[in-house]
Design a protein around this ligand. Structure first.
Ligand code: HEM
Length: 537
């Protein structure tokens, strides 16, 4: 720079102060400039000191955080992976909006402030990396499988992402799936009726989460119904559910095992074996459905008929990805899309059950807009701001992934600390979404806080980003939203009036008033780096 202008003189002075105080191994800033600041009322030496206090870049060594031993006890002895949300709150209150922790050999910098999270995500490059996916990649190499969108990195990821994003990232792209989703919603409502009729009160559905899990499994990805909402679930779908459950629990185990050197697997082989066998189950299930659809497409083509369909059909017809990549992506998308959607639906129902007044408001909005008989489609959703607010507020209070990860791809300065390239960051979404500064009355369930009164009134979305942000954000967001909006709208529209007539005294809708009891899904740290079994049930 040229030290001619007033601005540059200030910068020169700042840079010198920064350089003086930063640790030599971590900072690569080079500055030259005038020592003095002509005309400044503060004597040069004193000024440098003031600036140094305000803007000194600190090293990671100076960053506060729990000791390695206390962290070890917290996570490995006290099962901290299941209480990530609590630990985030405790640590951010104790150490501030940026702090460091150690997981065995892995150093993690946690970022628990909305503006700091925004700073990190806004500067990310073209192919952000979420975290260490070594165990996922190892399994794929072992079995000769491909990586999918979650486990891929760099060029491979960019290629797949650019293909898939054209198909499912925009609301209008997924709107065409409304009828398929509504067919599943219809079965869901019928199943709710059946289950309620089996209870003595004729109202309660026990284990609503199990029901939503099956609803989400029936989603549109395979363009085929799996039979999960039938009275008798087909054996293959039961096997898949079991494989998903095993996958979640064994992945948690490999997180523990991840901190242990690989050679120890010979001494404690079980977690790794379970991890591999659950992936085997997931891949083989996906493969059956993908192959089935491929066979149908080939039949249509051989008869000279037009091939129509959704995401899977598009992938199979265009062949922009090879078959192994299609298997991998279908597997990873189903894995990422089932329990995320189902647990969010469960929490939404739980919150409605605990807040009958909100339930009533939403019921009125739905019936005012659609009446009692109109089946909602994606086009109706913008006219249902409280349904959208319900989903946003549920995800704010119970973000299914309470934290997310990024590996820095460049040296960064965040919150006054120098963070070298290659550092694992943990973005603490739960603590930002429960921060009073971002959401006044953060403990209160208020879907209407998301309704904009005018163009300037906007809830800052970096406080709550349940689907992540930017180029590596959730690719299934629009699908998930469609599934949740349509299911909740119809449940409210078709079930609540009955319950309201019969049971206004107790805050029970179609769930019991206790927190939703999940199926045996104890996910721990799942695919997306930081997940909590709390948020997944
Ligand atoms: C309530 C429902 C869901 C929530 C809260 C959710 C949340 C997330 C989050 C936080 C991420 C990480 C984003 C980031 O790193 O910035 C993610 C990634 C991902 N999600 Fe979702 N998700 C949901 C549903 C779905 C569904 C239904 C699908 C599939 C159809 C899906 C597929 C994926 C995939 C493939 C990724 C990895 C994207 C990539 O690395 O490029 N998700 N999701």
């Amino acid at each position: 720079y040229s030290p001619d202008t007033l601005l540059n003189k200030r910068f020169a002075s700042n840079s010198r102060a920064l350089l003086k105080s930063a640790t030599s191994e971590s900072l690569r800033i080079c500055a030259t400039g005038q020592e003095t600041f002509p005309g400044d009322l503060i004597p040069p030496g004193a000024r440098a000191e003031v600036v140094a206090k305000e803007t000194r870049i600190k090293s990671l060594k100076e960053m506060p955080g729990p000791s390695a031993v206390s962290n070890l006890i917290e996570f490995f002895y006290r099962d901290g992976f299941s209480r990530i949300h609590e630990i985030q709150m405790e640590h951010s209150q104790k150490y501030g909006k940026i702090f460091k922790s150690r997981f065995g050999p892995q150093l993690v910098v946690s970022i628990a402030g909305r503006d700091l999270v925004a700073e990190v995500l806004r500067t990310e490059g073209v192919a952000p990396q979420r975290g260490n996916m070594e165990s996922w990649k190892e399994y794929r190499d072992l079995r000769g499988r491909s990586t999918g969108l979650i486990s891929a990195e760099g060029e491979d990821w960019l290629k797949m992402r650019s293909i898939l994003r054209q198909l499912i990232m925009r609301p209008k792209d997924v709107a065409q799936f409304s009828d398929d989703v509504n067919a599943v919603v219809e079965d869901l409502v019928k199943r709710v009726d059946t289950l309620r009729s089996q209870q003595s009160d004729g109202l309660t559905v026990l284990n609503i989460n199990d029901l939503f899990f099956k609803y989400a499994m029936e989603a549109i990805l395979y363009e085929d119904r799996l039979g999960c909402l039938e009275n008798e679930i087909p054996q293959k779908s039961q096997d898949y559910i079991a494989a998903l459950h095993l996958m979640f629990s064994s992945f948690k185990m490999t997180m523990y095992a991840g901190a242990i050197p690989k050679w120890l697997r010979t001494v404690i082989p079980r977690p790794w074996e379970e991890f591999c066998s659950s992936w085997d189950g997931l891949f083989s299930f996906s493969q059956i459905h993908v192959d089935k659809r491929l066979g149908e497409i080939q039949d249509l083509v051989s008869r000279g008929e037009t091939v129509k369909g959704g995401l899977l059909t598009h992938m199979l017809v265009t062949r922009e990805m090879n078959l192994e990549e299609i298997y991998a992506n279908m597997t990873e998308m189903l894995l990422a899309g089932v329990d995320t959607t189902s647990f969010t639906l469960s929490w939404a129902c739980y919150l409605l059950a605990r807040h009958p007044e909100v339930q009533q408001e939403i019921y009125e909005e739905v019936t005012r807009t659609l009446g009692h008989g109109t089946i909602p489609t994606a086009d109706d959703v913008p006219r249902l701001p409280l349904i959208r607010g319900l989903v946003k507020e549920t995800l704010r209070m119970f973000p299914v992934l309470p934290g997310n990860g990024r590996v820095t791809q460049d040296d960064l300065v965040v919150g006054g600390y120098f963070i070298p390239k290659g550092t694992q960051l943990a973005l603490c979404h739960y603590s930002t979404s429960m921060d009073e500064e971002n959401f006044p009355g953060a403990d209160d369930f208020r879907p209407d806080r998301w309704i904009r009164k005018d163009a300037t009134d906007r809830v800052d979305n970096f406080g709550s980003i349940p689907f992540g942000y930017g180029i590596r954000s959730c690719i299934g967001r629009r699908i998930a939203e469609l599934e949740m909006h349509l299911a909740l709208t119809q449940l409210v529209q078709r079930l609540i009036p009955v319950v309201f007539l019969i049971q206004r005294l107790i805050p029970v809708v179609f769930v019991s008033s206790s927190p939703p009891a999940g199926p045996e899904v104890n996910t721990g740290c799942v695919c997306l780096f930081f997940s909590s079994s709390w948020s997944r049930g």
